[in-house]
Design a binder for this molecule. Structure first.
Ligand code: NAP
Ligand code: FE
Length: 367
């Protein structure tokens, strides 16, 4: 039952929590807003933040070049923009892509001698970050992971510094209302995968497991109801559950569905949540292949009050039907994918460690 826990993020939640807490933005005289092309504007979060910054007389610039699965080079450029502007803090608004990018940008901005992938070799103390999620999925707002795409390599790598936790996370489900059904579902599936993968990690603790089962049960019930039926209350439950799951993976990391899914995202543009959820049935089956894994996955089912056989078919079916994944992988592609999975940090973070043939079998079975 012993555990250590560190999660230095102040969470402020509820409808209009940003405008109700404007004094929290007083973190310096100048800041840079980091976001994607549309989500910050569509969600209304950008306007709320700009109104506050003007009111508090905080100078700001906007860096809105963050694409899905952000590239290291784009974050480096964002860091330079922030450094040149002398930003004292960063406000990340958007999904996991924008918030992950905000963490890397905060680090590049703090030390302009860091170039490209040397970011990963340095535990840089970045400038402070405020995170405002507009998706309910990654939980990036409450952990220190920044998952970046390596330029020209179709590969993701995690930048993680003890200092890259946001200082404050504002959770207002109104900002997720502009997301379409496809991304609402994909991001909810990502959060659900975080719950199972975290629970099954050898690094799980009583606290990470508690967050994981709380979130899994909540998210699954909304998925069963159907994302088209989603209410504002469901959106709040999804956002808070994704946050709880983000705390869990902050302690444990994810398991093999994540690196296996990265290949679908990087080579076939499959949204992150769908890409991971495609593998969750196989993850449960392989997790049952040794005694410790079988015991733990059954305990997950018991604690979360969910049925494993139903999850095995239901979750991947949602991913395959909603994302219209229709990929037929060639053997040569699978060999490239295996190399990328094998070198990912989280691939072994499961009770049962799949070998190369098993990775191949899983890709061939599903695609
Ligand atoms: P995302 O890539 O941030 O966003 C997906 C799409 O949804 C984008 O086109 C985005 O538009 C749009 N969008 C977001 N919020 C919206 C809103 N409220 N209204 C309308 N459109 C909206 O999606 P995500 O699933 O949240 O993040 C995925 C990324 O996070 C991946 O790179 C993944 O590897 C990473 N991740 C991180 C963690 C972690 O713990 N740090 C965990 C899991 C995954 P814009 O382009 O305009 O923003
Ligand atoms: Fe994820």
């Amino acid at each position: 039952m012993n555990f250590n826990f560190y999660m230095p993020v102040k969470i402020i939640s509820g409808k209009s929590c940003v405008t109700k807490n404007k004094e929290s933005f007083r973190m310096g005289k100048k800041c840079m807003i980091v976001t994607g092309k549309n989500s910050a504007r569509l969600s209304g979060a950008l306007q709320d933040v700009i109104d506050i910054l003007k009111d508090l007389k905080i100078e700001y610039c906007i860096y809105d070049k963050i694409n899905e699965n952000p590239l290291v080079s784009v974050c480096e450029e964002g860091g330079k923009t922030s450094f040149d502007f002398s930003a004292e803090f960063i406000i990340g608004i958007g999904g996991g892509s924008a918030i992950d990018a905000a963490k890397a940008i905060a680090a590049f901005s703090a030390d302009n001698k860091i170039k490209g992938e040397s970011l990963f070799d340095n535990a840089i103390e970045g400038i402070p970050i405020i995170a405002i999620p507009t998706t309910a999925g990654t939980g990036s707002e409450v952990n220190n992971y920044s998952i970046l795409s390596l330029d020209g390599q179709n590969k993701k790598r995690t930048f993680k510094s003890p200092n890259s936790y946001p200082k404050i996370a504002f959770l207002d489900a109104s900002y997720t209302e502009s997301m379409n059904d496809k991304y609402t579902l994909s991001t909810a599936l990502d959060a659900f995968c975080h719950c199972i993968e975290s629970y099954m990690s050898p690094k799980s603790t009583a606290l990470s497991e508690m967050n994981a089962v709380f979130a899994a049960n909540n998210i699954y019930n909304i998925l069963k109801k159907g994302i088209e039926q989603i209410t504002f209350e469901d959106r709040e439950i999804l956002l808070y559950s994704a946050c709880a799951a983000g705390i869990s993976i902050g302690e444990t990391g994810t398991g093999f569905p994540h690196p296996m899914g990265y290949n679908l995202t990087m080579f076939y543009n499959v949204p992150h949540g769908f890409a991971c959820a495609a593998f969750i049935g196989e993850f449960i089956k392989y997790s049952s292949m040794n005694l410790s894994g079988a015991e733990k996955i059954n305990k997950f089912a018991y604690d979360s009050k969910l049925n494993l056989n139903e999850i095995i078919s239901f979750i991947p079916s949602l991913a395959f039907s909603a994302s219209e994944i229709n990929i037929k992988l060639k053997d040569e592609e699978i060999y490239v994918f295996i190399e990328k999975v094998k070198t990912a940090a989280n691939f072994k973070n499961n009770p049962y460690i799949i070998n190369e043939n098993e990775i191949k079998d899983i890709y061939k079975l599903l695609f």
